[in-house]
Design a protein around this ligand. Structure first.
Ligand SMILES: [Zn+2]
Length: 82
C-alpha cells in the first residue's frame, strides 16, 4: 500500500512511463480509499489536457494565406500640411 506521496508520484510518472501491474494495482487500491489522491489525479488529468493546448506545432493552425486577388491602388491622397 503506497503512501499519498508515493501515490501522487506514481500518477505523475504514469504519464511519462507506464506503470507496472503491481504499481497500478497499488495505486488503484490507494485511490479507492483516499479522496485527496483522487482529486490530485483529476487535477493531473486536467493539467495534462491543458498542457496539450499550449504545445506549439502540434495543432496545425490554419493561418490565412495571403490571397489578395484584388490589388488595391495605393491611396496617396493623405497629405499633411506642414
Ligand atoms: Zn492518498
Amino acid at each position: 500500500m503506497p503512501s499519498c506521496r508515493e501515490s501522487t508520484r506514481l500518477m505523475s510518472e504514469a504519464r511519462e512511463r507506464g506503470l507496472t501491474a503491481v504499481e497500478r494495482v497499488a495505486l488503484r487500491v490507494h485511490l479507492l480509499m483516499c479522496s485527496a489522491c483522487r482529486n490530485f489525479g483529476k487535477q493531473l488529468h486536467f493539467l495534462g489536457a491543458a498542457m496539450r493546448v499550449y504545445v506549439p506545432g502540434e495543432n496545425g493552425d490554419g493561418n490565412e494565406a495571403n490571397s489578395d486577388t484584388t490589388s488595391a491602388p495605393p491611396d496617396t491622397d493623405l497629405k499633411t500640411g506642414g
